[in-house]
Design a protein around this ligand. Structure first.
Ligand SMILES: [Fe+2]
Length: 196
């Protein structure tokens, strides 16, 4: 009897933040951007020209107790429900947290967050023209060997909407497509590390 086995599945997590929490976080983030707009720059480590505070002003953090609480809850839920993570993982730590402001036509190139365990994004102000978040299939090299590069399942798109939180293994390669709307595409991103 023939049998298909799919042993190496990758779990990507999405959820929507509680509306009242999201409204508070959104006003905090928009206030931060307004107050620190001169500190938001194109990162020298990024190819795309999305504006950020990732390198320039770590002391000017956008972190708040509410944001930490929301991220912690969702990360714990991801670990608990995905079965992709060792249940013995502990000492989860929010290592980096930064804002992304992509003006019209700005994008972010393919990259990963290797070195962390889980990475994620919370969408603050986006619309259906803002540009998808795109995962590259880690089996791309196998597809290439089969002459299928660029074929089915080469990428997986996440179409962001306001209040959506997206979590994924930090090693996964991803990019953000150009913002085709006339408004800034605003999100925050973060990295989570852990110790066993
Ligand atoms: Fe990223």
């Amino acid at each position: 009897m023939s049998k298909i086995i799919n042993p190496f599945r990758i779990s990507i997590y999405t959820n929507y933040v509680n509306e009242s929490y999201f409204n508070s976080i959104k006003s905090e983030v928009l206030h931060f951007i307004k107050k620190n707009k001169d500190s938001l720059i194109k990162s020298p480590n990024w190819i795309g020209d999305t504006l950020t505070n990732i390198d320039s002003c770590k002391s000017k953090t956008i972190n708040t107790p509410l944001l930490s609480k929301v991220i912690k809850t969702e990360v714990e839920n991801y670990i608990k429900t995905s079965s992709s993570f060792n249940p013995l993982i502990k000492n989860l730590s929010l290592e980096d947290l930064w804002v992304n402001v992509a003006k019209p036509n700005q994008y972010q190139e393919t990259h990963d967050h290797t070195g962390s365990l889980i990475s994620g994004t919370l969408y603050i102000d986006v619309n259906n023209q803002s540009g998808s978040f795109q995962f590259l299939n880690p089996l791309n090299s196998e597809f290439a060997l089969q002459g299928l590069k660029g074929g089915i399942n080469y990428v997986h798109n996440i179409n962001p909407s306001n209040g959506m939180i997206l979590l994924f293994p930090s090693w996964m390669q991803h990019r953000v497509l150009p913002n085709k709307s006339t408004k800034d595409r605003i999100s925050i991103s973060f990295n989570i590390t852990s110790k066993f």
